[in-house]
Design a protein. Structure first.
Length: 227
């Protein structure tokens, strides 16, 4: 996944979860933050950030903030829309006979439905939910960085799907280099950790999708099975 019109800026402040103020060549510009999570350990006044200019008519802001250099020297992609697009590109090379995004299952829309022809065994069906990880502590990724009842609901749907015969997959897109594992952030949302344990017991597969991040690009480098 590549961005067009990438521009460097300096982060100043974040008045709310949707907007940030940045310095661009000496002028202050209000930009859209493509992540409604807290990102407190990332968006620190004075840090280097990267913006894109989508050029969409009628927008209130001309730029989107999509990446930030953390003070440990690691570049983070914080675009919450990037993980699904990155996974769609990755799935295209994984030998599935059918891939359907935004698949209606139960009371939810699961990110991807896939099929794979297994020959005499017939067609194997998969449901995959995708989560983007932008929280890193001492080389380990954590999810979520804010409570997510929606995330818990999706895990429950995957458990149900597994019980109904689907191959159920919870995929974490790690939006930074150098991290190969994502753990549930039980301090922020204990229920998410509980749901992850229930998923483990039910046979839901967890995938850690490691990525390489550049200011204008993010792509999957490896898929690591968690449990």
């Amino acid at each position: 996944m590549k961005y067009r019109n990438i521009i460097r800026a300096t982060f100043l402040r974040r008045p709310n979860r949707f907007l940030a103020e940045v310095d661009m060549d000496g002028r202050t510009e209000t930009v859209h933050v493509k992540n409604t999570g807290r990102c407190r350990e990332l968006l620190i006044p004075g840090c280097e950030v990267w913006l894109t200019a989508p050029g969409t008519p009628g927008r209130k802001t001309a730029y989107d903030l999509v990446a930030v250099w953390k003070n440990n020297g690691i570049l983070f992609n914080i675009d919450s829309q990037a993980p699904n697009q990155v996974v769609r590109e990755w799935l295209a090379g994984q030998n599935y006979s059918r891939v359907i995004p935004e698949y209606r299952y139960g009371d939810s829309r699961i990110d991807f439905y896939m099929e794979r022809d297994t020959g005499d065994a017939g067609v194997k069906r998969y449901l995959m939910e995708v989560k983007g990880c932008t929280l890193e502590v001492d080389g380990v990724g954590y999810f979520p960085d804010a409570p997510t009842e929606r995330g818990v609901k999706h895990i429950r749907e995957l458990i149900k799907a597994r019980q109904e015969g689907y191959e159920a997959v919870l995929a974490f897109v790690i939006q930074m280099d150098g991290v190969t594992e994502v753990r549930p952030n039980t301090v922020t949302h204990p229920e998410f950790g509980t749901a992850m344990e229930e998923a483990r017991a039910a046979g839901v597969t967890v995938l850690f999708l490691t990525c390489h991040v550049e200011p204008d690009e993010i792509l999957v480098t490896k898929a690591i099975r968690g449990f």
